[in-house]
Each structure stands twice: as structure tokens, then as C-alpha cells.
Design a protein. Structure first.
Length: 742
């Protein structure tokens, strides 16, 4: 292979991609033979190691691009790896087997679809269609889905699949008592129904390929010959079926390199098994274990606090992060104790304002919460003070109603046997085809073992009046659109289909406020089609990706859960709500015991290590949980932080530079309520006092601040009652005790 300018500085010199690695990273890149586990701590250059190793395999001539299987957990990570490898090679690498578990297994399964009873053009169902199909199965079995929810049964099925269990492999010990012990029966019927409509769900992609590799030696041997090296990112997040798939493929060359961090395993709730990484040496005897401990992201106090905290976990392989020389100094971790959750939101907002005034970027600030409901207070606070923000993890583009409808049309165009898609659009827009007619189509389809589309074709002449005409027109249109796609292409045909079906007209006639936005979304969907060579390729992409790229204009503070923050980094990270019951989460502890506590601690570790320059932990003595106020005590995780690396303060003195702490602030020696003597029961440590009356009267023209409405001016004073014109909320009548002079 030709050397690139990136790979070599000049002939005979050390490759640049190796020269910029530290000794541990370089060892991880150059140890090519046999199994390797790279324990990559947060901020230690994991992506650089993976891409350099991939490029090194190719540049050293050990394998061609198609002989390396590289597995990631997100499409974004796969794109980033491909781009970085191409930069090192100085050219695009063709024929890569690089992608997510689901994307790679979908690619494999289309080559071997017949072996599992599918056709190569099978549909990959999304969550909504999975539940609709399962609902049909449960109704046919006489199971009341109001008593036994479809979503609960789907969770059981996906748990079976995540553990690599086909219906025939579920043992009584692994079974569920759902629907009177009929879960395996329902699972089997669901799988049969998937085959009947030539479809697979996400769990099937991995489960079917694992079964093929396990039961058909010739298929396994084919991939052993093909893949000489295997690279796996985020190995700590693998579930059991992913682990089994990888282990089967690695039996060939045994050149498997897994990169991960056992201290960042935080997804057990979606099937991740931390034991997969903990038992790597047992699974692959003689494996090289390489620890990356030199952190290039965070300051020394942040790393010391995070390492001290995570050391309390027993289920870990062990490593200690240390800062690179350039990041050896920095601010101590701040631990702030506050009176209530409203004051916590005000404190965070004030600190964000202060940092912004000092020139810090809003895009480099994040508020990371344990539970989604916590964001509300911060959203209201940021709106009140005019700070732009984004909530990461909102509604996805491809999950919106109009997009699902339009894609159902595309799926029927691509594959008429897709019963779920056809059922969704057969009366959309309304064509007079009611439930009774649809049930007759289903009965015919079951009786003659044909798709619903074929049943509609057979029964259309027998329908009456409007239904016969509307259904006939729809079926003729689909036949015409299929002919048109070969002539005009999938983009123009899809646009014509949405118009000629009456679907876009339906939204044009809709007078709701959402209708214009829905039409814009449909136009964006058609534009997205142009990036793909075929309709089938686009449908596969949407089924596998389901991502909504939030390209928000301008700088914004990020609000998200700790789970959503993994893999991200910010200069400043706020970590509110570190209280017992909230974090660690009491429900998790009740369900998972000691194992759950260790995962909660790993989640805290992930939160701390998102911060580059400063991390601010806060707890509130009183918190509103949904509609109720509850007294709280600080999280045990705060007690596990090293005193030498933290700064404990009662409140943020920068909340307003010219104002003393308000009466509700929890400041030692200056707090309302009463702190019980040391050594007493901490759970009952607080007695909440009512907010006291104002000590200083307000006057007309005074600038004031309200924790919900923000800043404003007093327009009228009538005893304790005041009229205030707020900068963003307009005029309000309030009691003066709820206002602070600004």
C-alpha cells in the first residue's frame, strides 16, 4: 500500500500517526497478534487509538479493508472512525466492514436471509410497528392487552433476544409469568408472524446472525476466512447476544481488540452486561491488557475526585486516571449545599450568567441530571433569564407522525408484503375503509397465507361503492408508482406518491397550528431521499439510524441526563440533585441492590469526567418531586469525594455580585429552619420554615428579581402587594416577600 503524507513525514521516518501517541497508546496500536483489551479511561484518547490501530493494520499490510471488522455503538462513531482512518491513509478506504452491531448484522443477514426463512428484501420494523404486530398476535391468542400491556410483552421479548434466546432456548428459569405464563408462546407466535410478513425487528438482526453462526459451521467458516482482525468500541456496553456474536467471529483469527472502560458501564437497563469486559481474560486466555490512564481532558482535581469516588466500586478491573502535563492544575471541585431545588436552579442560572459575562461559551456548559423531570426547573430558570438552551434527547425526526405515515407509503412501494405499513396507510387519508372491511382483508390473508396487500387486491372487486373505487385507485396507483420509480427515480416518485395519494393535501387542508410544520417535515423527508441511491437503502438507513441531528444555531447551554452525556465533554459541567433517593436512584437500588449502587456510582464518575475545567455538584435540602416537596439528605457520593480536592460552600456567592444570599439559602450559620445536632438521624435533619416577610420595603421603580419570572420593575406598591412589569413575563401581581431587589 502506498504511504501517505499523513502516515509518514518522509521516507524512512516514523509514521506520524504513531509518533503522536503516548507509550501506552502506541502499545495498544502495535500489539496486533492475539486478543487485546484496551482499558481506556475517560479522556485518554480512545478514538485516536482505535483509528490508529485500524490504519496501522492496513498500512502494515496485515489486512485489506474488507478483512477488518470494526464495530461501534453509534452511527456517529462509525462515521468519525471512517473519516479519521481515511485521513491517515490520505484516501477513502473502500469496502470497509465498519458500523454498528445492528447495521453490520443487517448487512450479513441480507446475504443469508433464506437460511432464516426471510427474503433478502425483508423490512426492518421500528418500535411502533413491532408493538402493532405484537398487539395483533396477542389479540389472536385471546390475551387482553389492557390487562397485559403490549409494551411490557415487547420488553420481555427484547430481553430474550438481548440474551440470545430463541423461543426454543428459553428455559423455565428464564421464563416470565406474564399473561399467565404464556410469554414463550406469544414470543413464538410473534416470530412466526414476523416471518409471514417478511420482516425482522432490531433484536432479530443480532439474534438471527448469532444463531446462524452457532448452528451452521459453513457460515461461521466463511466469516472466519473473511475477517482477519476485529475491532470493538465501547465493549463495556455490549449485551449478551452481542458478546456471543463477537466471540463466535473471534474464534477464527483470535485477533480481537476490544476497547472499553468498565468504570463507564451505565446501560444495564438496556441489557448491557459489565461482566463481558470483566471476564475478557477468561474468555480469551493470554490476552494483553493495556491500560490508558493518561487523561487529556480534565484537570487534576476533577480526575482525583472521580478516581477517588470510583475506587469504592468492587466490580472493576482497576485503573487510576492522571492528568497530562498541560492539565495538571485547575479549580477544585465545588460542592454546593442549597435550601431547595428552586434555589438550586437559580444558583446554576446565576453561575451560567457569570461565566457568560466572563467570556465563556454557552456551548461549553452543560447541566447533567439523573432523572428527566429535573430539567424542568432549569428550563424555566434559563427562559426567565434569557439564556438559550437545548434539551438533548428530544423527539426524533423519524418518529413524528407525518414522517411515519410517509415512510409507510414508501415501505409499501418497496415491498407490498409489508402488512403493517399497508394497514397504516390503507385509510390515510380517509377512503371509507373501516375496521370491518379491514378485518375481512386480514381473514382472507390468514386463510390463504398471503400478504394483506394481496388480500385487498383479491377482495377489491367485491367491495361496494366508494370503498371499491377508492381501494381500486390506491392499488392502481401503487402499481403505477412502481413502474415510475424505474423511470423517474425514487425521489421524484416519492414526491409524486405523497401528492397523488392525497396525503399532502390532507395536511394542507388541516387548520391546526402544527400543520405547516408537518408539511415542512414532509418536504425535508423528500430532500433526504436524494442522499441515497435507492429507496431500499434509505429505508434501511432510517430503520438503523433513527437519529435527529440537533444542529441548533448559536450557542446554547445543554441540558441532558447523565446517561445521554456519555461520550460528550464540556468546559463546565453542573451536576445538580446529588441527594439520597434521587442519586443514587432509590428505585434502582430497590431493584438491583449492590450491583445497582455500583452502576449509580459509575454514572457519577461519568458525570464528573465530562468536565474539562470545572465541575459543580449541588444538593438541596428540600426538593419538589413532581407535585410534592420532600426533605433530602446529601448523596453518599458526596461523602466519597476527597476533601483535599473539593471546595464545600453553602451557596454560590456569585449568584448576584451585589446581593447577599437570600433568606432561603442554605449557608452555615445563616439558614432558615433548624439543623439537628451532629450524630442524630440525618433523614429528619430539616424543618422547613415558611418564607419570612420582607425586612426592607420595596418602592416604585425598584428593579427586582423573581425566581420564576426573572427581572422586572416595580410599578405599584399596595402594602405587601406589588405590581411588577417583568422583562420577559409581562405584568404580574405578587406578594413582595417573593421578590428580591436586583
Amino acid at each position: 500500500m502506498a504511504d501517505s503524507a499523513e502516515a509518514h513525514t518522509h521516507r524512512g521516518a516514523e509514521p506520524a500517526y504513531l509518533a503522536r501517541l503516548n507509550p501506552e497508546q502506541r502499545r495498544a496500536v502495535e500489539t496486533l497478534d492475539g486478543p487485546v483489551l484496551v482499558l481506556a479511561g475517560a479522556g485518554t484518547g480512545k478514538t485516536r487509538v482505535l483509528t490508529a490501530r485500524f490504519a496501522h493494520i492496513l498500512l502494515s499490510g496485515r489486512a485489506w479493508p474488507g478483512q477488518v471488522l470494526a464495530v461501534t455503538f453509534t452511527n456517529k462513531a462509525a462515521r468519525e472512525m471512517a473519516a479519521r482512518v481515511a485521513a491517515i491513509l490520505d484516501r477513502p478506504a473502500e469496502g470497509l466492514w465498519l458500523g454498528t452491531f445492528h447495521a453490520l448484522c443487517a448487512r450479513m443477514l441480507r446475504r443469508h436471509a433464506e437460511a432464516v426463512g426471510l427474503k433478502p428484501n425483508f423490512t426492518i420494523l421500528d418500535t411502533d410497528d413491532q408493538e402493532r404486530l405484537l398487539k395483533q398476535v396477542m389479540e389472536a391468542a385471546g390475551i387482553d392487552h389492557r390487562r397485559w400491556p403490549v409494551r411490557a410483552m415487547m420488553a420481555i421479548i427484547q430481553r430474550f433476544k438481548d440474551r440470545g434466546l430463541t423461543p426454543g432456548r428459553v428455559t423455565p428459569a428464564e421464563d416470565s409469568d406474564f399473561a399467565g405464563g404464556r410469554s414463550v408462546e406469544i414470543y413464538h407466535a410473534y416470530q412466526q408472524r414476523l416471518l409471514a410478513v417478511n420482516a425482522a425487528d432490531f433484536g432479530d438482526l443480532l439474534l438471527s446472525m448469532t444463531e446462524l453462526l452457532r448452528t451452521q459451521p459453513e457460515v461461521l467458516a466463511e466469516y472466519h476466512r473473511k475477517f482477519r482482525f476485529i475491532l470493538v468500541d465501547e465493549y463495556q456496553d455490549t449485551n449478551l447476544v452481542q458478546y456471543l456474536w463477537l466471540r463466535l467471529l473471534a474464534q477464527g483469527s483470535k485477533n480481537i481488540c476490544c476497547v472499553g472502560d468498565d468504570d463507564q458501564s451505565i446501560y444495564s437497563w438496556r441489557g448491557a452486561e459489565i461482566e463481558n469486559i470483566l471476564r475478557f481474560e477468561k474468555d480469551f486466555p493470554g490476552a494483553a491488557i493495556i491500560r490508558l490512564e493518561r487523561n487529556y481532558r480534565s484537570t487534576a482535581p476533577i480526575l482525583a475526585a472521580a478516581s477517588h469516588l470510583i475506587a469504592n466500586n468492587e466490580g472493576r478491573l482497576g485503573k487510576t486516571l492522571r492528568p497530562a502535563a498541560a492539565a495538571s492544575e485547575g479549580e477544585k471541585l465545588q460542592v454546593i449545599s442549597l435550601w431547595d431545588s428552586d434555589e438550586e436552579a437559580r444558583t446554576v442560572g446565576a453561575r451560567i450568567e457569570q461565566l457568560r459575562r466572563e467570556g465563556e461559551s454557552l456551548a461549553e456548559m452543560a447541566v447533567l441530571v439523573r432523572a428527566g423531570f429535573q430539567t424542568r426547573a432549569f428550563e424555566e430558570r434559563l427562559i426567565a433569564i434569557g439564556i438559550p438552551y437545548r434539551v438533548v434527547g428530544g423527539a426524533k425526526f423519524y418518529e413524528r407522525q407525518e414522517i411515519r405515515d410517509a415512510m409507510a407509503y414508501m415501505r409499501v412501494l418497496q415491498q407490498p408484503a409489508d402488512d403493517l405499513a399497508f394497514e397504516r396507510i390503507i385509510n390515510l387519508p380517509r377512503r371509507g375503509i373501516g375496521d370491518t372491511t379491514l378485518r375481512s382483508f386480514h381473514a382472507h390473508a390468514r386463510a390463504h397465507a398471503v400478504p394483506l396487500y394481496a388480500a385487498a387486491e383479491a377482495l377489491q372487486p367485491a367491495q361496494k361503492g366508494r370503498v371499491r373505487e377508492a381501494l381500486g385507485e390506491l392499488l392502481r396507483n401503487f402499481a403505477r408508482w412502481r413502474d415510475q420509480i424505474a423511470r423517474d427515480g425514487h425521489v421524484a416518485t416519492t414526491a409524486a406518491m405523497l401528492d397523488e395519494s392525497g396525503y399532502t393535501e390532507m395536511w394542507k387542508n388541516d387548520k391546526s397550528p402544527e400543520a405547516p410544520g408537518r408539511l415542512e417535515n414532509l418536504r425535508e423527508l423528500v430532500r433526504a431521499l436524494a442522499d441515497f441511491d435507492s429507496l431500499g437503502g434509505f429505508l434501511d438507513h432510517v430503520a438503523l439510524v433513527m437519529e435527529n441531528d440537533e444542529a441548533a444555531e448559536g450557542e446554547r447551554v445543554s441540558l441532558m441526563t447523565l446517561h445521554a452525556a456519555k461520550g460528550l465533554e464540556f468546559d463546565t459541567v453542573f451536576l445538580p440533585g446529588w441527594e439520597e433517593g434521587l442519586f443514587p436512584n432509590q428505585r434502582a437500588l430497590d431493584e438491583g441492590g449492590a450491583r445497582a449502587l455500583e452502576e449509580e456510582r459509575r454514572l457519577a464518575y461519568v458525570g464528573l469526567t465530562r468536565a474539562r475545567r470545572r465541575a459543580i455538584v449541588s444538593s438541596a435540602a428540600n426538593r419538589r418531586i413532581y407535585a410534592n416537596w420532600q426533605a433530602s439528605i446529601p448523596s453518599r457520593f458526596i461523602d466519597e469525594l476527597p476533601e483535599s480536592e473539593i471546595s464545600r460552600i453553602g451557596a454560590d456567592s456569585a449568584r448576584r455580585q451585589h446581593a447577599a444570599p437570600a433568606p432561603g439559602w442554605f449557608v452555615p450559620g445563616q439558614r432558615p429552619g433548624r439543623l439537628i445536632e451532629a450524630g442524630s438521624d440525618r433523614q429528619g435533619a430539616w424543618e422547613v420554615a415558611p418564607r419570612p416577610a420582607r425586612a426592607e420595603a420595596l418602592g416604585v421603580g425598584d428593579r427586582v428579581f423573581h425566581q420564576k419570572f426573572g427581572y422586572g420593575r416595580v410599578m405599584l406598591v399596595d402594602g405587601e402587594k406589588v405590581d411588577v412589569r417583568f422583562e420577559k413575563a409581562g405584568e404580574k401581581k405578587l406578594l413582595d416577600r417573593f421578590l428580591d431587589k436586583a
